[in-house]
Design a protein around this ligand. Structure first.
Ligand code: MRU
Length: 355
């Protein structure tokens, strides 16, 4: 089926606009499904920071709506333009690695600037219409990624994934998990190995929840199982997501991704990164320039309420790592599968978007 033919409306989304912004609180999954009402841009920023909404594309979509919430709550002592910049600044400071956040804010600024002359109500309406489009187009992008990615899979592959890249991490459908879903629907995947993804357990809590709902067979494994699984010949492919892809293909993604890539390389297992073009940052030449978010050590020592280390144990918590492009077999995007040399393939793909 051509990816364009699937309507976005059929897809589950963790983000809703219903006379205001509502976000599915992912910190409460899988035990509870709680929707947060985000009445102020501070609510949106807090939800992004504490990972109630997470995953690079979902952060971008939420930020787009967050700008609208910001304009709707303008104070009397400021202009709409001043309010836009105030909100753009604190939303933009919530998470440094996922480039979709900056992408959404920069695009939103362009739309907002173009609406000058429409009056305050008209400008807010224009921004809301754009945010809804970003949301819809993100789902459509994911569908295309899924369809392009499925072409790389063979019958009955056992695939390993890391973190959560499903509907929960996007506007809907998912990137790497979209590839898994689309390949499974075509009979190409027999089973998914799901890394639990320490410390916040996006694999155990979220990917397992999504695969269960989709009826796709999976087994949860500890992050340190990857070497053993591959050396025993139990993994045919890896597919996972990205928070930012540099112009040369170096890829920042959830901590632990680099370890998976090294293991895949060692064992000759294809290692695919699935992401929309909005995750590629041409302004970042290589992975060395990607800012890596460092979060509180408490997330390492305190696992959802259970303290697992001595009191005051110092802990480092780098949220992401960078996989060098040499370890990436292909990047599955919404405009097609990019293969090495990535610098050229990425430049061409981005240029095709502009033309
Ligand atoms: O800290 P998170 O949960 O936001 O990290 C998410 C990831 O690392 C994902 O793999 C990435 O954002 C891609 S989501 C489609």
């Amino acid at each position: 089926m051509s990816p364009e033919t699937i309507p976005a409306a059929e897809t589950f989304s963790p983000i809703r606009w219903d006379h205001g912004l509502k976000l599915l609180d992912q910190t409460r999954l899988p035990s509870e499904e709680v929707w947060l009402d985000c009445a102020t841009p501070e609510d949106v920023a807090a939800a992004i920071y504490r990972l109630s909404v997470r995953g690079a594309p979902a952060i971008g979509v939420s930020a787009a709506y967050g700008l609208v919430v910001g304009l709707e709550t303008k104070r009397d002592d400021q202009t709409l333009d001043e309010r836009f910049e105030e909100v753009a600044e604190f939303l933009g400071a919530t998470r440094p690695t996922a480039v979709n956040l900056r992408w959404a804010i920069d695009k939103g600024r362009e739309i907002f600037a173009a609406s000058v002359g429409d009056g305050d109500e008209g400008r807010i309406a224009a921004l809301l219409e754009w945010a809804k489009r970003v949301h819809r187009e993100d789902i459509e992008s994911c569908r295309r990624i899924g369809a392009f990615g499925a072409e790389l899979f063979r019958a009955n592959d056992r695939v390993l994934t890391h973190c959560n890249t499903g509907a929960l991490a996007t506007g809907g459908y998912g990137t790497a998990l979209g590839v898994i879903q689309s390949s499974f629907d075509q009979g190409k995947i027999s089973h998914v190995w799901v890394d639990e993804t320490r410390p916040l357990l996006q694999g155990a809590r979220l990917t397992a929840w999504e695969l269960g709902r989709l009826g796709i067979p999976y087994k949860l494994v500890t992050d340190s199982s990857v070497g053993s699984l591959m050396s025993r010949g139990l993994v045919e492919r890896v597919v996972l997501g990205a928070d930012r892809i540099a112009a040369n293909g170096d890829t920042a993604n959830k901590i632990g991704t680099y370890t998976v890539a090294v293991m895949a390389n060692r064992h000759g297992v294809p290692f695919y990164v699935a992401a929309p073009l909005s995750t590629i940052d041409p302004a970042t030449p290589t992975g060395n320039e990607i800012p890596i978010e460092e979060r509180s050590g408490d997330e390492v020592t305190d696992v959802f309420g259970a303290i697992i280390a001595p009191e005051n144990a110092p802990a480092a918590n780098f949220a992401f790592d960078v996989t060098p492009h040499e370890l990436v077999t292909a990047i599955i995007t919404d405009v097609g599968v990019l293969e090495p040399p990535f610098t050229e393939a990425i430049a061409l793909a981005l240029a095709s978007q502009k033309s």
